[in-house]
Design a protein around this ligand. Structure first.
Ligand code: NAD
Length: 253
């Protein structure tokens, strides 16, 4: 059967790559994103709606629209995240903490909350949460991001336990440093905070992995398609790192 796939923050970056991969695999794909311009520029065949993942009413409306139009949902990629502030713990304001966790954690919660009833009813489905290697280690100068990405793993494991008896699987992907505009912003912010050049920070991250490499968005998207497929029918409650094997999560310090 044709998979019906929802991807939050799917109009650019990793989410768009996931959307392209699922669509190429024959799935029906509907992305949500806060960026109206990016939504209007989506490739043909990928449907999009402007939604802020942290807005409960907007998320409720979006998922009711999915249910009304599609009659159900097979795959949820709860992918939205923002990098949050780059600063030491004592310099982070509570409102900066909250705006970071609101997208990374509340957004994942709301997506799972509204997707769960459809999947439970169908007694099948797969949820895929985008965590990060920051959710497997600490991340100096990125406390709210790291805390939220760890929390996403607790959410994913709980969803796996609650929904497993209903035939619904739940997994998380932990990407390493992914080439693209998001990581460029991180490199520039960290270089400034640490008194280094952008290239030194880049090299440090690449050399902090066994594969000595950054990740590409398609590497993460390929894992999402696998986790959603029948080939992964008994894979649930897992965090799969797509990171070239992080061996030093903070190579600059
Ligand atoms: P990105 O910064 O390129 O943003 C992707 C999309 O998110 C954009 O289209 C943006 O409009 C949308 N977005 C931002 N805030 C939103 C909100 N409140 N509601 C809905 N959409 C929103 O991000 P990315 O690099 O593609 O990252 C995707 C996911 O992967 C995030 O959860 C991120 O934390 C995680 N991740 C990224 C990296 C990396 O190196 N880029 C590494 C590990 C994990």
């Amino acid at each position: 059967m044709t998979q019906r796939v929802v991807i939050t923050a799917g109009a650019s970056g990793i989410g768009l790559e996931m959307a392209r991969n699922f669509a190429a695999d024959g799935a029906r794909v509907w992305v949500s994103d806060i960026d109206a311009g990016a939504v209007s520029a989506l490739p043909d065949g990928i449907r999009g709606t402007v939604v802020n993942v942290a807005d409960e009413a907007a998320m409720a409306g979006f998922f009711s629209g999915v249910e009304a139009d599609w009659g159900g949902l097979d795959v949820l990629c709860a992918n939205a995240g923002v990098k949050g502030p780059t600063a030491r713990i004592e310099d982070i304001a509570l409102n900066e903490w909250r705006s970071c966790t609101a997208v990374n954690l509340d957004g994942a919660f709301l997506a799972a909350k509204f997707a769960a009833p459809m999947m439970k009813r169908a007694r099948s489905g797969a949820m895929i949460f985008t965590s990060s290697t920051a959710g497997l280690y600490g991340y100096p100068s990125r406390a709210p991001y790291s805390a939220a990405k760890w929390a996403v793993i607790g959410l994913m494991k709980t969803v796996a336990m609650e929904l497993g008896p209903f035939g619904v699987r739940s997994n998380a992907i932990a990407p390493g440093s992914v080439e693209g505009p998001r990581m460029e912003a991180v490199l520039v912010a960290e270089a400034k905070a640490k008194g280094m050049t952008r290239d030194q920070v880049y090299e440090g991250y690449a050399k902090g992995t066994s594969m000595q490499s950054f990740v590409e968005a398609r590497d993460v998207a390929n894992m999402a398609v696998f986790l959603a497929s029948d080939a992964a029918r008994l894979v649930s409650g897992q965090v799969i790192a797509v990171d070239g094997h992080t061996v030093n999560p903070d190579p600059q310090v």
